[in-house]
Design a protein around this ligand. Structure first.
Ligand code: ADP
Ligand code: MG
Length: 240
């Protein structure tokens, strides 16, 4: 479903991605781990074109998204993105946050939008918060709303960039639980995370990135129990 070939990205003299190669099959949950500054966020941001790569190919369903003529709105609608900071619109209720994009892009009619928003809120366990404003929610609840909002466009792929890093520890579990259920339902997911438990127990593959390349790309059990590369070993020794 996603094929990335020799992806490169620099900021000035800083070569952040140095030839990233990966293929992801529909329904896989792939976790990306690695030290701070290794290019994980830039990698995700290139996939949904928040950053323009310098070189390489990104094929999604066989289509090269770096070729001219891409319908950017339709493309973005197909990739849900969840960030460390929730970026909810503070002046809108939870339901309005969720409805905004699908109504604007005519994915939902105004008539059906309320019902659909509440269905999504049910999926993340927050149906009673539909008319609440974000500042009345905990961090974990905000992040679950952000996930519901990303799901509203019915994307084929969900990208998560450290979705639990800004949360108080007691709220991490509720967000990971929603992500786990998404993975179980067969959503294709790429998750940058420091939650090694999630990577171990939920993902199909773990990718260890360092200095802008993929050092290791293996099933979680193998990567955690028998890392092949020194860099992976020393990283795991610090985080486990
Ligand atoms: P990670 O998510 O693994 O911590 P990032 O992809 O955020 O790493 O960053 C990798 C490197 O790219 C860092 O050195 C960072 O300073 C640099 N970088 C990221 N985004 C930008 C940007 N928009 N402009 C300049 N440098 C950037
Ligand atoms: Mg990052």
């Amino acid at each position: 479903m996603i094929k990335i070939h020799n992806l490169e990205k620099s900021f000035g003299n800083n070569h952040v991605l140095n030839g990233v190669n990966i293929e992801i099959t529909r329904g896989e949950c792939v976790c990306v781990i690695g030290p701070s500054g290794s290019g994980k966020s830039t990698f995700l941001r290139c996939i949904n074109l928040l950053e323009q790569p310098d070189a390489g190919e990104i094929l999604i369903n066989g289509k090269d998204i770096l070729k001219p003529g891409l319908d950017l709105d339709a493309f973005r609608a197909n990739l849900g993105m969840v960030f460390q900071h929730f970026n909810l619109f503070p002046n809108m209720t939870v339901k309005e946050n969720i409805k905004l994009a699908p109504v604007r892009l005519q994915k939902w009619t105004k008539e059906e939008a309320d019902k659909k928003a509440v269905e999504l809120l049910k999926r993340v366990g927050l149906e009673d918060k539909a008319d609440t404003y974000p500042n009345k929610l905990s961090g974990g609840q905000k992040q679950r709303v952000a996930i519901a909002r990303a799901l509203a466009m019915n994307p084929e792929v969900m990208l998560f960039d450290e979705p639990t890093s800004a949360l108080d520890p007691e709220m991490v579990g509720e967000v990971l639980e929603v992500m786990r259920s998404l993975a179980k339902e067969g959503m294709t997911m790429i998750v940058v995370t420091h939650e090694m438990g999630f990577a171990k127990n939920v993902s199909n593959r773990v990718i260890f990135m360092d200095h802008g390349t993929i050092v290791e790309d293996r099933p979680p059990k193998e990567l955690f129990e028998q890392p092949e590369h020194e860099r992976t070993k020393s990283f795991l020794a610090k985080v486990l």
